[in-house]
Design a protein around this ligand. Structure first.
Ligand SMILES: *[C@@H]1O[C@H](CO)[C@@H](O)[C@H](O)[C@H]1NC(C)=O
Ligand SMILES: *[C@@H]1O[C@H](CO)[C@@H](O)[C@H](O)[C@H]1NC(C)=O
Ligand SMILES: *[C@@H]1O[C@H](CO)[C@@H](O)[C@H](O)[C@H]1NC(C)=O
Length: 428
């Protein structure tokens, strides 16, 4: 009985209930346990005031994990998105938050539900923006939210360095994100780089609103390629499954020659989510007054990445090792222009993380652990029935790009993972 009670206790006060598919059952156990142990429910004497948090996105890769952490701390989340729910975010997030449907590619005043919600709200301790890909979205959001935001956290990218002239060859520093003053050079760099251009422009809007006195305190987080569980770009998983099924696929596992020696930055989804969570926790009020230690970290951009900077070839070899395929699978390099390359998505090389280490206590997970945990997640995900959509996407990808004999993919999945899906259902 004592043992059972301990278990219930950890269930109720840990994070298990929230993330579980058995939320209902879980709460039933918790309610019973609290009923039997009334002291526990009253043990908290500092009144807890949930933070009001508005999230643009919050249903994708980093967003889902971030929302989960904020929900575990009992904050009040309102998510604004087009309404797609990736992986199991519908279970993990949707059922615990308020959701407003809004497509940011249309003018924000068309999103009447959002504008009404903001107008009726007293304010937000934090806004977390995962989905601003154009400066117009940023301006629309800041205009709508004027005077109501304690802190604006913008998820930016290391791609911003692609359109800037770096005057050194070391990893990019935050201060390197300066557009060339020569307009011809600027245009040259921006050609074909609208993603980088628009993301940097969003950062610039945030900074301008702030310096002109009507924008909120902000933090821009510049992320390289993000890896970890529930990646909605599937890039890591594609490499992993390619290696795992290599005997059944025609396309040989290979990387472009250039990426044999080019180091890259990566960041772990878990580390990013935790850092966003910590920054939100630090911000105490949505009034614009700040406590003395706060201003130091705000109103600037930070690079976040793992300490290690593997090459693509090293990354694939490390995944291969985790899969126990080192003996049986050779990874080649190729000079062919059409060789698949899913990482890195930038050409400017790694980023320097010293600033985040100093000011944000950035202390990323060790690279080997990231590889281990991520590989384990996808090895399991392929067998999880409620990941139906991601699994089908993966199967179609293997069938379309890695072999001309789709049935071999089905056979590989059956023989390696002992699973049958897709094909069987199609026959019904
Ligand atoms: C969360 O905030 C919304 C909007 O202010 C409010 O209607 C709702 O009751 C809050 N929920 C909780 C659990 O505090
Ligand atoms: C390099 O660029 C940075 C940022 O644009 C600038 O602050 C710095 O003075 C430059 N250094 C040199 C040696 O040109
Ligand atoms: C690799 O081998 C280890 C040790 O035998 C085992 O625990 C692990 O499950 C294997 N991994 C895979 C993906 O087969």
């Amino acid at each position: 009985m004592a043992h059972q009670s301990e278990m219930s206790k950890s269930l109720c006060f840990g994070s298990v209930c929230r993330g579980s598919l058995l939320v209902f059952l879980c709460h039933l156990v918790c309610d019973f346990w609290l009923l039997a142990n009334p002291g526990m429910a009253m043990a908290v004497d500092v009144p807890f005031i949930p933070k009001q948090i508005l999230i643009f996105g919050g249903n994708g890769f980093i967003g889902t994990r971030t929302s989960e952490l904020l929900l575990q701390a009992d904050h009040n989340l309102t998510l604004v998105s087009r309404g797609n729910w990736y992986w199991d975010s519908a279970y993990l997030v949707r059922s615990h938050v308020s959701h407003i449907t809004c497509d940011r590619t249309t003018k924000i005043d068309r999103c009447s539900e959002l504008t009404e919600f903001v107008q009726n709200s007293e304010g937000f301790d934090a806004v977390i923006d995962f989905s601003a890909y154009h400066p117009q979205y940023m301006e629309d959001a800041l205009d709508l939210l004027k005077g109501k935001v304690g802190l604006y956290i913008y998820i930016s990218t290391d791609s911003v360095y692609e359109i800037c002239d770096k005057n050194h060859t070391e990893p990019s520093l935050e201060t390197d994100a300066v557009r060339p003053s020569n307009s011809q050079r600027r245009a040259e760099l921006e050609a074909g780089q609208s993603y980088a251009n628009f993301k940097l422009a969003c950062e610039e809007v945030l900074a301008r609103y702030r310096s002109e006195g009507y924008g909120p305190p902000y933090v821009s987080l510049r992320l390289p390629d993000v890896v970890g569980p529930r990646d909605s770009t599937y890039r890591w998983w594609i490499y992993q499954l390619w290696m795992r099924l290599h005997e059944y696929l025609e396309k040989k596992v290979e990387v472009p020659e250039k990426y044999e020696s080019q180091p890259m930055s990566l960041v772990y989804v878990e580390d990013v989510a935790k850092t966003i969570f910590t920054i939100v926790q630090k911000k105490s009020k949505y009034a614009s007054s700040q406590s003395p230690e706060e201003p130091l970290i705000f109103d600037q951009a930070y690079n976040l990445a793992l300490q290690e900077t593997p090459t693509l070839l090293e990354l694939l070899k490390d995944i291969r090792e985790e899969l126990n395929l080192t003996e049986s699978l050779e990874i080649k390099t190729s000079k062919q222009a059409d060789t698949i390359r899913l990482f890195p998505s930038v050409e400017m090389g790694p980023i320097n993380i010293a600033k985040a280490e100093k000011l944000l206590d950035w202390s990323p997970t060790d690279y080997k652990t990231v590889v281990k945990e991520t590989v384990a997640f996808y090895e399991n995900a392929i067998k999880v029935e409620y990941f139906d959509e991601p699994r089908k996407y993966m199967m179609r990808t293997m069938e379309s790009y890695f072999t001309s004999k789709p049935y071999d993919v089905v056979r590989g999945l059956r023989e390696i993972y002992k699973i049958t899906f897709g094909q069987q259902r199609d026959e019904l």
